[in-house]
Every structure is written in C-alpha cells, then in structure tokens.
Design a protein around this ligand. Structure first.
Ligand SMILES: [Zn+2]
Length: 512
C-alpha cells in the first residue's frame, strides 16, 4: 500500500472494518490480502517501548497455559499482580480498564466508568501516546487496536503517527495486527508501540476463563507476542537499542465467562515488564494498573510533570511504605467466612516502631478487625463485596485498616475505639512537619476519625477530622513545629459502632 509521502498520520482499516473508515481516505484492503504496513516517521530514540495489551486475560490462567513467551517475560522481568476497582467507581470493563492503562490515572480522574465512555476526561488526562506526542514530538509512535472503541473514543490512538484500527473480529484481526506490527518492527524504526489483542476476552465470554479454549486463546496470543519479541531481536540495530516490553490486561473474567462485576476473578489484573533497570523475577506487591503509563515514561527517561496528575509509578520503584514490610507475616482468616482459607492477608501486629492503642476498645467481635489491622486489598475487600472496599485504589500492598462494620459482624460489647500510632520522627530545628498518606474513609452515623499530632510525647492535638466520605484520596497535612520540639508522632484514632471503615497507607513524614 503506497502510504509513503501521503501523510505522517496514516490509518489502515482491514477486512470487515467498515466502522473504522480510513481517516486519510486511503482505500482499505481486506485482511486476506495482507494489508501493507503504514510508513512511520523514522524513530529518534534508542530507548524503545512495546506495550502489548491482552484483553480480559486472567493472570492465574497464564500458569495453566503453555504461554512460553509470557512465562519467559515473567522470568526475565518484573510481574506485579493486583486487583481493580469495582462499581460505583467503575465497572471491571474494557472502557475503564484501557483508560486506566493508557492515562495512568484511576477512573475517578479519567472519568470512564463503563463502556459508554460517558464522562471521559482525556483532555485533562490524555493517553500516554498523546502525552508523548506532546512532550517529545520527535518520537515515532504506533498504535494497533481491533476493539475500535479505543480509537473512536480517543482512549489509545491519539498521538500515534500511524495507527491500525480494525473491527472486533479478533480471530482475523489480532493476526493482521501481528503481521503488520512484526513488519514494522523488522523494517522500520518505531520508538513506542501500543498493540492490542482481543481474542482472550472473546473466548472468555464465549467459553469461560475455566475452559481449555481460554487456555488455547492465551497460547495463540502468546505466539503473537513471541513473533513481536523475535522481530525486535532481529532488528539490525538491536544491540544498540534499549527495549522495554510491557504486557498488561484491562480486567479478568469469571470462570464461566463475563466481567464488569466485583468478583475477585473479574478484578484480577497485572503489569508484566522486561527491560533496562527492571529486575528479573521480581514479584512486587505494590504494583497497580496505573503503573503502565508511568513505566513507559520512565523507560524513555521522561519525568512526568506533577501537573499531569499521574497516579502511577514505574514498575521498578518500590513503595517505601512501612506496612508493606508486614507482607511476609500476614496470616489467614480467623472469624471471617467470605475469605478463602488460603488467602494470607492480615495481621494485627504493627510494623516495628508503630503501635496500636486498644485500651478503650470493646471486646469480642470479628478477630481480624478488633482494632487497627494491616491487610491486603485481596483480603480486606473479600471480607464483604459491594460495600465500596474495592475502591481503595490508591493503597498499595499492605495498608492499615480500621473496620468497625466487619468487626461488628460477630457478637461484641463496647465501642470500636482504636488508635494507630506512628514512630517518633525528629523535628529539631524544623519550623513545620508534613504528614503525607493516602486514605479511604467511609462515614456513617456517630463514627469519628481524627489525625492527631504529639510533640515530644505531649498531649496529642487534632490536626484533621473526617466527617464525610473521602474515597481513596492522597492527603498532605502540614503542622507547625512548636519552639523547642525535637520529635513528633502522629495518631490515627477511629471510633464507631456498627458503621464503616478507615484505611491509611503510604505514610511519609517530612520535617522542613
Ligand atoms: Zn469483555
């Protein structure tokens, strides 16, 4: 196809892709006749990134598939598994999922809650290709999708110098996308590519994630991934290039097939990345889906501007969170009944230097939640579905939780009254001290939540009270340091009865 010289921005549409009209008016070729690759501008970067999106790929089924290329990436790269939000933040559907991957922010920012894309806010939070086109217009950017909504709604393709957009006949078009992308990798010089495959989702819907057909679909896409990896290694300049490959998915699937809801299987997602500076064999607990875009920027040497408002961090950067150090000591359920016995996800023993004051706490209740506990998303959100615990998206790994609602699910007496106390931090000579953390607070009735500061071990004074819902928000509280003070500790005190909950994570204290 003679695209050369027509336009820097070229669209191909293939067999049956009547919805994806070529924006440049180029005639479309049926897939069977092997559409030619569009011509990209010559790349300018030795740092290069291929992002492969596999729709509805439930990570625990990769283990059961052959998937040699995915497994090789896991061996040689970093593989972070996590859970998605659920409604009312957003459905576990492709619109919110790919928007989260592309923009690097959660649905409460990018605005896409379902596949209507109503409320999308890509102007404020553009996809990473659009952002790259803005800040590094000299990069050669390519996108290929056969779920055309990712083009028509502007989720992925804006900013691409050339794009392939096909209809969702995945059996045909995933292969066409592979053929053309392989050709581009072998014969041109792209810098950043986003390639989407949809068959795993389709087979998931038709046959269920528990079916052998689903494993076959994973293997088919693994084969496509393998062809792209081989094409990269065959590049004449490969030895002088620094390639990063990222594989990710937008949501999971139920065993019987389907997604959109809040079951753990539907919420499963992952980020898998191999490339310079990315540790081989790492299995971080603090990776989340918003990290794809941040990883792309990092691998290109781009520091995101704070004004971009990204929620993600590069996959190789660990949280410095004190709670994550508890991961190895987490245990299984005691009184909870909805959490499978094998899920090791809670402890009531705080990290070194921290303490929990329960001397005003009632007795009885559900053991796991008797006072401040430390838990994972998988453990805590499984205690009871559809009470918004799935919305704790800005927590990573292990976080602190005070949950009077779950505590009250077993016979108890007295109030829920528990205080989490930080270590003492030095503030000598400082005029102010800032406490940063992420929080998720759900208010009901006479429930109270207070942050207090105590200087030199003196009487704690309140610095913040929560009286309304704060759904997964970053917090930054700055307090004046009294003259002569040398240390500060902070307290998080929650009181209530059979009410809701409060979570704390990512605590950081900075004196200045
Ligand atoms: Zn689907």
């Amino acid at each position: 196809m003679p695209n050369t010289g027509i336009s820097r921005r070229t669209v191909l549409a293939a067999a049956g892709a009547t919805a994806a009209v070529a924006a440049t008016g180029i005639a479309t070729a049926p897939a069977a006749t092997a559409a030619a690759a569009p011509t990209l501008p010559n790349g300018t970067s030795k740092d290069k990134v291929l992002v492969v999106g596999m729709d509805g790929l439930r990570y625990d089924r990769i283990d059961a598939a052959k998937a040699p290329h995915l497994k090789s990436l896991m061996t040689n790269g970093t593989y972070g598994r996590s859970l998605l939000y659920a409604n009312p933040m957003a459905a576990t559907s492709s619109g919110p999922g790919w928007s989260t991957i592309s923009t690097g922010v959660w649905p409460d920012k990018h605005g896409v809650k379902d596949n209507t894309f109503a409320g999308k806010n890509y102007g404020r939070y553009p996809g990473f290709l659009a952002r790259l086109h803005q800040v590094r217009p000299e990069l050669s950017l390519f996108a290929a999708v056969d779920w055309p909504e990712l083009d028509t709604h502007g989720t992925v393709t804006p900013g691409a110098d050339a794009k392939l957009v096909y209809n969702n006949d995945y059996v045909v078009n995933d292969l066409v996308i592979t053929d053309i992308t392989e050709d581009i990798l072998r014969n041109q010089n792209p810098d950043v590519l986003f390639v989407y495959f949809g068959e795993t989702d389709e087979i998931g819907h038709n046959n269920g994630a528990a079916s052998p057909r689903y494993l076959d679909a994973i293997d088919v896409q693994d084969g496509y991934l393998g062809r792209l990896l081989t094409a990269i290694k065959a590049r004449p300049a490969y030895a002088t290039e620094r390639w990063t490959v990222v594989v990710t998915t937008d949501h999971g699937h139920t065993d019987g097939g389907g997604h959109g809801g809040s079951s753990i299987e539907e919420r499963r997602t992952f980020v898998l990345a191999q490339g310079p500076g990315i540790v081989a064999g790492a299995r971080p607990i603090d990776t989340r889906l918003v990290d794809v875009a941040a990883t792309v920027f990092h691998q290109l040497g781009i520091t995101p501007d704070p004004s971009w408002g990204l929620d993600g961090k590069p996959i190789q950067q660990r949280s410095t969170d004190p709670f994550d150090s508890l991961y190895g000591s987490l245990t299984g359920r005691v009184d909870e009944t909805g959490i499978p016995a094998g899920v090791l996800g809670f402890t009531r023993t705080p990290p070194s230097g921290w303490s929990v004051v329960n001397n005003a706490m009632g007795t009885g209740g559900v053991t796991e939640w008797r006072g401040w506990s430390f838990a994972t998303d998988e453990f805590w959100s499984r205690s009871q579905r559809d009470q918004s615990r799935e919305l704790n998206v800005r927590a990573r790994g292990v976080f602190a939780v005070a949950d009077s609602d779950e505590w009250a699910d077993k016979t108890f007496s007295g109030p829920y009254d528990s205080t989490l106390v930080t270590p003492a931090y030095g503030v000598s000579g400082a005029s102010s001290v800032t406490l940063d953390f992420t929080t998720f607070y759900r208010q009901e009735g006479a429930q109270t939540a207070q942050v207090l500061a105590s200087f030199n071990g003196g009487t704690p004074t309140p610095v913040k009270s929560y009286t309304a819902d704060a759904v997964s928000q970053p917090q930054s509280l700055t307090v004046a340091v009294p003259a002569g003070a040398s240390s500060v500790s902070f307290r998080f005190r929650y009181t209530g009865a059979n009410n809701w909950y409060w979570t704390i994570d990512g605590v950081k204290v900075t004196a200045s």
